[in-house]
Design a protein around this ligand. Structure first.
Ligand code: MCN
Length: 731
């Protein structure tokens, strides 16, 4: 039988999408539906004195309007989806209008009388700590604080021969997906069906049930095709609560789609971290201690605090330093709330520990590879200072492969520099924590025609996990992959699930699928034995057949499925349950820790633009189920990392006005800036799961930031301490 695991197989998902049969959120249209438009605060901080919707309601086609929605939702600005008496950031929802047409709804916004008294805004997170001007009236600006301490870093640094202090910073970024956020809410009796551009339908249902559970009996969430999410479509947003409320109040289907401008101001931003670090090294390059004053700019709500926790607890990276202190301060500012984006806390940590390595190498006159080799964790498993259990792999083996490319790129950079070009090479080693969301579900069904349908609780949206899971199932069952299809993204299909985020899907849903398939195989084996009238002990399942070993008699799974589902007038005369379906929920007892090293060769042009001339990504995620899919993730992740390192930044002016309100100000890398990425994968770090895999989807972005920072520093001959390194700085 064909072996599928490890093969580069094209995505089974693509045909439908590429032939124009995808259904994205803006494709969903229900007769009679109303469109919702949202009035948003144009100012960063204000006392709301009047919101009058009566003129808007008189506009022909407008059916409904509401303000200050009165449902408590956890951890949003003041725990409400809309501003009530205080606007807290540019984009904060103030009022909503429903109309029979999208354009009428937007026109009606201009007829709402919105009066306010401006309040001073808090924009700079470091100034916010002083707490003299409040981001939210009556609340401290310190929304979260935590101290992570291991050993005695003060002493370790004091006794170090070389001490380095640096302020390292990552700007705010926006997930920049192709299709902005949106939702369609359809009431059906006392139930709601929700079409959502989400990466976590079950999780969304859980949140929504906790807010609306007393008003509706059931909420079914159906994930549409998602035009990108990158962590930004994980938790329900204010507009989603508002659209549901609107639908419940009117009894009508309600659709809300964000414009790009709204999306940039209302989708939760990410990163926004400042690390003031003090580190100590011995003269021969041993990292002895770190003290990191970490400030995270949470915006006008505090739910993004966990991103600082992830960064803090991984700040020593793959290195053996044990004396560490991270003081986390999460501050409220008058900006869009902060949340996760591809990498979520781990790129921030990698930027810090890899900058530390490069800065120390320079200070000590050491080779960047040698200093890393000196400090890398030698033996696995290893418990880092803050309790992460680094599991499996061989960091030295991977570094040795990276070194070859690094030396080569350094040589090329040297040659280019001798011709007067600003070229440089850099390396970034990273360790990642992944496998978040404690478990995932899979249900495998053998259909009467012998084909197999797998349903997973995860919710892929472009990664191609369905193809990899079909590979796994076909291999386990010993059948042709064409006979396997995979479904997901509907809370009515499978009991519970989490979704697709945190590079978890292949490993959690894939392992759930393997366990479920093995349960199904056993059911088929027992049914086969009874259908053949032989003893269960005498039959085995192999390559899609139940075989009676001594006689060689066999039944294919098609025959078993056919016979179990035949005979409509008959009786079930067998002991075995006539079930052709098995499910499994697979959970991880600890996180997984893939790692990698990325190497970049760049040139800085006269215009201050960064051109990547060559790039090698080396990652170890244990077993790679489909290298073609994984490579796609690597290329996407690296280019996304390039955007973050060189172009992308959400900017506010000193008064808190949002300066980046479209793609002409917020620069995403396009095909013009993209470059070839060579991917090498190693499989030393197999996980302790049936598949032996770990997640790949975020590691490449995590590796890209420090590799590019290091290469740009080398090329431009100036210290890189903040991302993005903008063209103005490099010119
Ligand atoms: N894979 C594999 N072998 C492994 C690991 C993964 O073959 N050992 C394959 C999988 O089959 C899958 C892909 O690689 O096709 C990624 O799998 P995995 O690492 O499990 O990550 P997830 O599927 O959970 O994807 C989530 C991840 C995240 S966290 C972000 S953010 C991100 C990303 O996916 N958002 C994306 N990639 C994206 N790609 C698209 N197109 N759109 C997004 O929004």
């Amino acid at each position: 039988m064909p072996r599928y695991i490890g093969k580069r197989i094209k995505r089974i998902e693509d045909y439908r999408i590429l032939t124009g049969n995808g259904r994205y959120i803006d494709d969903v249209s229900i007769p009679g539906m109303l469109y919702m438009a949202v009035l948003r605060s144009p100012v960063p901080h204000a006392k709301i004195t009047k919101v009058d919707v009566s003129d808007a309601l008189r506009l022909n086609g407008v059916t409904h309007a509401f303000t200050g929605l009165n449902i408590k939702v956890e951890n949003r600005p003041r725990n409400f989806p809309m501003a009530k008496d205080e606007a807290l950031y540019v984009g904060h929802p103030i009022a909503a209008v429903l109309a029979t047409d999208r354009y009428i709804a937007h026109d009606a916004l201009e007829l709402i009388q919105f009066d306010y008294e401006p309040l001073p805004a808090v924009i700079d997170p470091e100034k916010a700590i002083k707490d003299d001007v409040k981001a939210i009236e009556g609340m401290s600006n310190i929304g979260y604080s935590k101290r992570y301490l291991s050993g005695n870093p003060e002493k370790a640094i004091k006794e170090s021969e070389v001490i380095i202090e640096e302020k390292l910073e990552l700007a705010r970024v926006y997930p920049g997906f192709m299709e902005p956020r949106g939702i369609v809410v359809m009431p059906q009796g006392n139930e709601l069906t929700i079409y959502a551009s989400t990466q976590a339908p079950h999780y969304m249902r859980k949140y929504l049930l906790s807010a609306f559970g007393s008003m509706v009996r059931n909420i079914r969430v159906i994930q549409v095709d998602v035009g990108g999410a990158f962590g930004g479509k994980m938790f329900p947003y204010p507009e989603e609560y508002m659209a549901i409320q609107a639908s419940l109040e009117t009894g009508k289907t309600v659709k809300w789609i964000s414009t790009r401008r709204e999306d940039i101001m209302s989708t939760y931003h990410a990163r926004g971290q400042i690390h003031n670090v003090r580190v100590g090294f011995t003269r021969d390059g041993e990292w002895r201690g770190i003290i990191d004053e970490l400030v995270i700019d949470l915006g006008a709500a505090t739910h993004g605090y966990y991103l600082a926790d992830i960064a803090a607890t991984l700040v020593t990276g793959p290195y053996r330093v044990r004396d560490a202190l991270v003081n986390v301060q999460g501050v409220r500012t008058n900006k869009t709330p902060l949340d996760q984006y591809r990498g979520a806390g781990r790129p921030e940590a990698a930027f810090v520990y890899e900058r530390v390595m490069d800065l120390a190498a320079r200070e000590l006159g050491m080779d960047p590879i040698d200093i890393r080799r000196k400090n890398l964790v030698k033996e696995l498993p290893y418990i880092n200072p803050f309790g992460h259990h680094y599991d499996t792999g061989n960091y030295f083996n991977l570094l040795a492969t990276a070194e070859k490319y690094y030396r080569e790129f350094k040589d090329v950079a040297r040659q280019l520099r001798s011709q007067g070009r600003r070229a440089g090479a850099g390396l970034g080693f990273y360790i990642e924590q992944n496998g978040f969301g404690p478990w995932e579900s899979a249900s495998i069904r053998l259909k009467s025609n012998g084909e197999v349908l797998a349903i997973i609780g995860a919710a892929p949206h472009g990664q191609g996990d369905a193809t990899a899971i079909a590979q796994i199932i076909a291999e386990e069952l010993g059948i042709d992959m064409e006979k396997v299809s995979v479904a997901w993204g509907d809370t009515a299909l499978i009991g519970e699930g989490f979704g697709t985020f945190g590079s978890r899907t292949l490993t959690l849903a894939g392992n759930a699928a393997i366990i479920a398939v093995n349960r199904l195989k056993e059911k088929i084996r027992l049914l086969g034995a009874q259908l053949m009238g032989v003893s269960e002990e005498e039959v085995i399942y192999r390559d899609g057949k139940v075989i009676h070993v001594s006689s060689g008699k066999s039944l294919t799974i098609n025959e078993v499925a056919d016979r179990v589902t035949a005979d409509v007038g008959g009786l079930w005369r067998f002991k075995a349950e006539p079930s052709l379906e098995a499910e499994a929920y697979f959970g991880l007892r600890d996180y997984l820790y893939p790692y990698g090293a990325h190497v970049a060769l760049v040139e800085v042009t006269d215009e201050g633009l960064v051109k990547v001339l060559d790039y090698v990504a080396i990652d170890d995620v244990g077993t790679v189920v489909n290298p073609l899919l994984a490579e796609g993730q690597v290329i996407g992740g690296v280019v996304q990392g390039f955007g973050e390192a060189t172009l992308e930044e959400i900017r506010y002016d000193d008064e808190g006005n949002l300066m980046t309100q479209g793609f002409s100000e917020y620069w995403l890398p396009s095909s013009i800036e993209s470059f070839r990425v060579k991917w090498i994968y190693m499989e030393d770090g197999k996980s302790n799961t049936p598949l032996q895999s770990k997640g790949i989807a975020e590691g490449p972005l995590i590796g890209a930031l420090p590799a590019l920072a290091s290469a740009i520093e080398d090329a431009a001959g100036r210290k890189v301490t903040r991302l993005p390194v903008s063209p103005e700085e490099l010119i």
